[in-house]
Design a protein around this ligand. Structure first.
Ligand code: PXP
Length: 252
């Protein structure tokens, strides 16, 4: 079975830093510690409003970390310029609304096909691996394949939210949707990642799908770090993912 990578999203270390306007806590320090604790990569989202990660953070991360940097961004000309300068290992294209608290849904890859395709082509030409953050739907997966993105990241937010608020019927329907989408995307030759809202339990369940090769997790880990420390939260997450990987997909 393919190994399952853990990308640790450090945006919310920057959120905390920006609350006071000084240099602490430093997201680069968190990234270095996360790697030491077992992260396979670091994910950071440079939002158009720069509400957490700043341009200088991206440059410092690229410069200083020993594992791949996954640069999340909206598909805009300005972000493309930044990404082409930084040259991260990977870019994940996400939808972005200024008023949202976090990335709310997947990219509109069906309606946005012609708009998105040149971004994927240009980043790919620069040697950056591009993923599209999409809803776990058949339409979004087919559109992603036709945009020629090599990777899709399936949005797990709806499922995780349903689990979190105890809506078990909805949670199982969302999980079944994800299960179908994972098989569908892998069947179309796409590399499959997943992320948004994952905690130890939901990461354990998603890890059981052998086609999923990367999980990107942020908010829960940074929150847990308050209680157990970042390194310990990452070690526990790694252990949950390993347990899930060793189990049969679909069981909890
Ligand atoms: N993947 C993508 C594409 C995201 O936009 C985010 C949130 O920035 C994550 C993963 C991580 O989500 P969370 O912070 O809820 O773990």
């Amino acid at each position: 079975m393919a190994p399952l990578r853990l990308g640790v999203n450090i945006d919310h270390v920057a959120t905390l830093r920006n609350a006071r306007g000084g240099p602490r806590p430093d997201p680069l320090r968190a990234a270095l510690l996360a790697i030491e604790a077992g992260a396979d990569g670091i994910t950071a989202h440079l939002r158009e409003d720069r509400r957490h990660i700043q341009d200088a953070d991206m440059a410092r991360l690229k410069e200083s970390i020993s594992k791949p940097l996954n640069f999340e961004m909206a598909a805009t000309e300005q972000m493309l310029d930044v990404a082409l300068k930084i040259k991260p290992r990977a870019v994940c294209l996400v939808p972005e609304k200024r008023t949202e608290r976090t990335t709310e849904g997947g990219l509109d890859v069906v309606g946005g096909h012609d708009y998105l395709a040149p971004f994927v082509a240009e980043l790919s030409r620069a040697g950056v691996r591009v993923s599209l953050f999409i809803e776990p739907s058949a339409e979004a997966i087919s559109a992603s394949a036709s945009i020629k993105a090599p990777v899709v990241e399936l949005h797990t937010g709806a499922w995780c939210h349903a689990v979190e608020v105890g809506e078990s019927g909805l949670a199982e329907r969302e999980f079944a949707r994800l299960e179908k989408a994972v098989a569908n995307a892998a069947g179309q030759g796409l590399e499959v990642h997943a992320g948004h809202g994952l905690d130890y339990d939901t990461a354990r369940r998603i890890a059981a799908f052998p086609q999923v090769v990367e999980l990107n997790i942020g908010h829960f880990l940074i929150g847990e770090a308050v209680f157990v420390g970042l390194a310990e939260a990452i070690r526990r997450m790694r252990a949950a993912m390993n347990e899930g990987r060793a189990s049969k997909a679909g069981t909890s």
